[in-house]
Design a protein around this ligand. Structure first.
Ligand code: SF4
Length: 53
């Protein structure tokens, strides 16, 4: 289990100073399936847009 998840998605409600504060995250392969060929083919599906205003 990852103890620290570093993230660059600043507009996520779980993002705090380069770290993810969610209890758990789900990462999937872009376009479906179970294998990724490179980093950019993976993405976090726990992302929630930060409320504006
Ligand atoms: S939930 Fe995903 S996108 Fe949001 S801060 Fe955590 S790792 Fe980044």
């Amino acid at each position: 289990m990852a103890r620290d998840v570093f993230c660059t998605v600043r507009n996520c409600k779980f993002w705090d100073d380069r770290k993810c504060t969610a209890d758990a995250i789900e990462v999937n392969v872009d376009g479906g399936g179970y294998t990724a060929g490179y980093t950019a083919e993976t993405n976090c599906h726990t992302f929630k847009a930060e409320n504006k205003g």
